[in-house]
Each structure stands twice: as structure tokens, then as C-alpha cells.
Design a protein around this ligand. Sequence first.
Ligand code: ATP
Ligand code: MG
Length: 757
Amino acid sequence: GQNSAHDYLKGLNPEQRLAVETTEGPVLVLAGAGTGKTRVLTTRIAHILATGRAFPSQILAVTFTNKAAREMKQRIGHLIGEGNVEGMPWLGTFHSIGVKLLRRHAELAGLKSDFTILDTDDVVRLIKQLIQAEGLDDKRWPAKTFAQMLDNWKNKGLGPDEIPEGDARSFGNGKGRQLYKAYQERLQTLNSCDFGDLLYHPIRIFRAYPDVLKEYHRKFKYILVDEYQDTNTAQYMWLRLLAQRPNVRAASAEGRKPDRASAGQAAPAEASERSERAAVSENKVNICCVGDDDQSIYGWRGAEVDNILRFDKDFPGATIIRLERNYRSTAHILGAASHLIAHNEGRFGKTLFTDRDDPEDDKVHVHASWDSEEEARAIGDAIEAYQRQKHNLNDMAILVRASFQMRAFEDRFITLGLSYRVIGGPRFYERLEIRDALAFFRVVANGGDDLAFERIVNVPKRGLGEATIRQIHDTARAMRVPMLEAAATLAESDELKPKPRAALREVAANFERWQKALETTPHTELAETILEESGYTDMWKNDRSADSPGRLENLKELIRSMEEYESLRSFLEHVALVMEAEQGESLDAVSIMTLHSAKGLEFETVFLPGWEEGLFPHQRALDEGGRSGLEEERRLAYVGLTRAKKNLHIWFVSNRLIHGLWQSTIPSRFLDELPETHVDVADGGNSYGGYGNPYGGGAFASGRGGGRQNPYGASRFDNIGAKDQGSFSNTYATPGWQRAQANRTEATDRNWGTRSG
Ligand code: ATP
Ligand code: MG
């Protein structure tokens, strides 16, 4: 048609083009990774703007991250000129759009438009007060648990009167509902809301005030949603409210004319074509969602993959478009990913193909390492090798399953002087629990470290309030001694009330004992003792929020990493240096992130470390989720594999610290699910020298029918590969770490004398 004049449409394949040009009515693009879904959305917005179908302020576009929103805005700018994209106020994440809506209508939720958004800490503190006000024991009924429940309810769009009776009764001697109400009232008086409210309030407002909703029906001429497979129930409700118009005729008749006054632009071209189209499509809603059921990875946070599968029921007459050509990855990468995901049941099922067929393309590399340090070393080496071949660091990424894995890479890259950035979270040593733990160690190593002392004197909570801490300060200044010493003095005086005095006495005694032990106890053992005796580990064990297991893993990783150092002091010195290292934004740097935050992104070269049973698939997912937990892990693996454009390296190690113990690990079952034709495990005699290694990589090698010299690996891996998937066991005669010690040098030589590139 006449649109062929538009440059931005060039290069789209026919299905993509259909998805872009079917602007009226509901459209679902259901397609695999790298098929151009996000590109379709971006081009569609460009098309809507360029053809004058709507002004920027009339398009509601939802992305999964703020970063994705920024990128989308940029790309639209590239397609149709920067000037035309300004003022796309409704392009963002569900939450960022939610805030904007709520500020506009705050009073309808009992708030003022300058309300504050509470963070998790604030929320927990507030709930605790309410629990105590109800006369409940906040030890028996932890505030964190209730915060989690609240979040679940809000993610489902449930108000206090709608929560299931069982839920309401299960908390606080049947006071769940009452607490929920009290909590919402308290937020109102504080002129505050929590994260969940950013969607929950707008949903309530839309339901209670049809006029307000109608205003948005008129306003948003086009709705677009990326990563639709990961919407949760509340997000889904919110979208449906905005997209489904009971009074369609009236709404769309008014909606025909773009709102010229507000946009302040000249009349859009093709106005007549537009009104024709509008006449045809009066009963339809212009919503376009794109997604991939195989990439649904937020089930654990309440996402409902069913939302995407029932799209055509929600929006009758929907055009459903499949994209099958993958533009991102080589045939090997795509082949490996498709084969892996085919192991999931209950899929929608898709075909994917690529036209790329370059015999030069590398297969997917699988490598083995002895342990995580060697893995980090090997990946660091591989990155440097790519760099020598003129690859940019920006084009490389390391995607981990669990954030504790990042530590080894960060340490290694600092040593190498290799720039890296951690995406979607703080760097390892900057994490809350790590900073806390380090503060304990610093005071033990140096009793004069007041900053560290202040950080942890009341962690976990010992009832040492600000007044007491000020008193310690004053005493320290008067006596000209460090705070720790001042605290010890105060603990023996009668200046304090009995309770804080007893608490301080314990703190002082603890540090005295630990400082003594510094001379006699191995430092890793001491570090563990400190975290236990201080109650710090227990604090996180008793914490039922979703991130506490991860924090405990990080703490174990911290202790483990100390083994590399001779003493507590030399370790702390190393950390201080690592903390100093700059994290530049615009720099050419390798990205390190979790698989979860890599969704939607792509890199020339991708490294996927830690493919071992228990880590990936993660034990927690297996324990909690049964088959569905495993399938979500497999989708996560699919997401990981499909991030790579050209080079893909998967790693597994033979020994890893699991639950605080060195264990022989079993290569991930996902490795077995990769097709041999696209995978290269042995070739090159390089980093996969594990073949010859009697302990390490041989496990995987023998699983492929290679040599069976491996006394530990061979049968193990065969079992997994075959049918025995239910019964993994990590118990072997020799503890992994002993072998790790005994064979460290040997393994190092075998695996790392040469390297892959
Ligand atoms: P994911 O499921 O991972 O989010 P996606 O389906 O959103 O993937 P995109 O990120 O939009 O895929 O596209 C993948 C890559 O393919 C991008 O680099 C994009 O620019 C490119 N691409 C998409 N369509 C085409 C096309 N018609 N011609 C050339 N390149 C294309
Ligand atoms: Mg995408």
C-alpha cells in the first residue's frame, strides 16, 4: 500500500509488517526469542506517529524495565526523527506509569498528589508497629511475613474484603484482614503508598470512578505491551480495564480526532484514511501485546503465563501473528535453544528458523572447570582473547543464575583490570548483607574502626537505640578511645539502663572473644563463628522475605572467598581495593547480571557459568515447584541461550560450595538437553582439557560417550542423562573440597595451561 514510502518499514518481513500495520483492533504477537517482537512494537509506535494516527501522548506503551523504555524511545527517535518522540509520557514500566496515574488521581485513593512511596524497610517497620498495636507477638507473627502476604494480595488486585478467608485467618490469630485494613489506613494518614499500591490504587480508582476510566479510554488510542507473558494478575486487570470499553461506540467516535490542543502539532497526515479505518473498527480496541510463553520466568513472583494464552478470549476478534524467523542468533545457538525448550510440556509450541548459515559460525561451547575460581579465571581469559580479536567488552555478558556467583567474576576482573558493570543490582561487596558481615570482620581486625562498629552495634536488633549510640559516641570522645572500648566501659558503668547495658556487655564480650580468636582460629572458621554468634546468620534465617535465601547464599560465598587469603586482614585489604574500583557507566565494559534481568537483551558473546544441578536448575525451584518449577528453570535457560548472537559459552564446575559445604557437583541436566550437533564439548584440546582430567570435566565428557576413566563422573552423568532424573545425590566418598585441595595444581595445569578463544 501507500505505506511503502516509509523507510522504517523496509526490511521487515511480511509477518512483522502485518503486526506493524494492523494498527486497529487487538493484536497478539506470539513468537520465540529474537524474532523481532520488540522491534515490531517499536516500529509500530513509529508507524502510528508517522501516519498521524495518534500523538505521542495518546500512546500507552509498557516495557518490562526502565532501561527498555529508554531504549525504545531512542529507537523510535532513530526511525522517525528525535523531535517526534518527545512527550511520550506514557511509555514506561507498569510501575512508572502507575505512579503517574496515581499522582493525577491521588485524592481518589485518599492521598495527596505529593505522596511518598515507601521502600520495603519502611513497610516492614510500619507493619511491625501495627502488629504490636494489635497486641500480637511480633516474633510469632513476623512483619516480613505479612509484608509478603500483602504483596501477594496486591499482585492479585485483592482488597481487604476480597482476600480468601483462609489467608485472612492464617496470620495474627485471625487478624489478617484487620491488619490489612489498618495498614491501608495508616498509609493514608502518612500520605504514602507501597510499591503494590502503584497498580492496586489505579485499579480501584478505575473501578469506582467510571468517568475517570472513560477519560483514559478517550486518551489512549493505542496500547502496546512488551513481554506480555510475564504480567501478573494485577497488571492484567489494569490493562483490561484500560483496554476493554463497555461503551465502545461513544468512546471510539470521540477518539477519532487526535487531541490537537494538547499535542500542539499540525494536523496529522492521512486523516481521512484514519477516520475510514476508525469507522470500520469501532468495536475494537487497539491493543497490541507481544510475548513468548517460553520466556515466562516470573511465575515465582505471581506472573501468569495464561494471560498470554487466553488473549483471544479477552479480546475477541484478535489478530494473532506468529513470527518464526530469528534474526538474532546463529543456527547453532538457535538449534541448541530450540532443542532444550522442547523438553517442556504444556507449551504453545513454535517453530523458529534462521537464514544464517555460516559454516564459520562456532558451535555452542561447553566448558568444564574445577571450581568457581577457575571458572572465573577461564572466562576472564576468554574475554581477553576476544578483546585481542577486537571485540568490544560492551558486546559481552556473563549471565548467572544466582547473584552470589558474581563475586568470583568481580574479583577476577579487578585483578585483571578488566572493566565490568553489574546490571540490575549492587555489586557483590556492596550488598547489604555483605557490608554488614564485613563490618563485623573489620571491627574484629581493627577495634578502632568506628564506622564499622556503628554499622553493626545494633545488628541484629539488640535494643540499642539512638540515644545509647550517642552516649557511646560521647564517651568515646571524652575518653579519646574507639567506640568499641567506650562501649565496653559503658557496659560496666551504671550510666545506662539495664537492658542496653546488658546488650552492650554482650557486644563487648563478643568482640573481645573474637579478637582473641583471631590469633588462634583459622580466619574462615572465625568468620563463620562471628556471623553465627552475633546472631547475624539467624537474623536472615528467620527472615521470611523472598530475598533472604539469596542473602544467606551470598554470606556463604563471602566466607568461601576468604579461603583464598592468608588472613582476615589480607582479605579485608583485598575487599577495600575491590570496593575502590570504579564502575563507569559509559565505559566499554563486560556486563554481569542475573538471567532474570537479561530478558529482552542481546549480546554478541554470552557466557553462562554455573550449569550444575542444584544451582541451575536451582534447588529451590525444584523443591518448591515440582515439575513446574523445573520448567520455569528451563525457560530461564532458554532465555539465557537466546541472548547470544554469535558466541555462546556454557560452563560447569566440578566442585561448588552448596549449603556451606564443598560438594562434587553434577553437570546440569540442561547440558544433556542440548543437541550434540550444535554443541562442541571436547574439541580444541583447550579449556575443555577436562577430558583428560580424572575428576573434573570428564564427567560431562563421559556422558557423551567419551572415555570412562572418571571414577566419579561417568556413572553419575550417565544416570542423569538417562532416566534416573528423580534421584540425584550429592554424596560421594571423598568430600569435594579435599579433592579440590589435593588436585588444585593438577587441575589448574590441565585446564588452564591453554585456553579457548
Ligand atoms: P526477545 O524475545 O528476546 O525479547 P524479540 O522477539 O523482542 O526477542 P528483537 O529484540 O526485537 O526480538 O529482535 C532481535 C534482533 O533481531 C534485534 O537485533 C533486531 O534488530 C533484529 N531484527 C528483528 N527483525 C529484523 C528484520 N526484519 N531484519 C533485520 N533484523 C531484524
Ligand atoms: Mg523483546
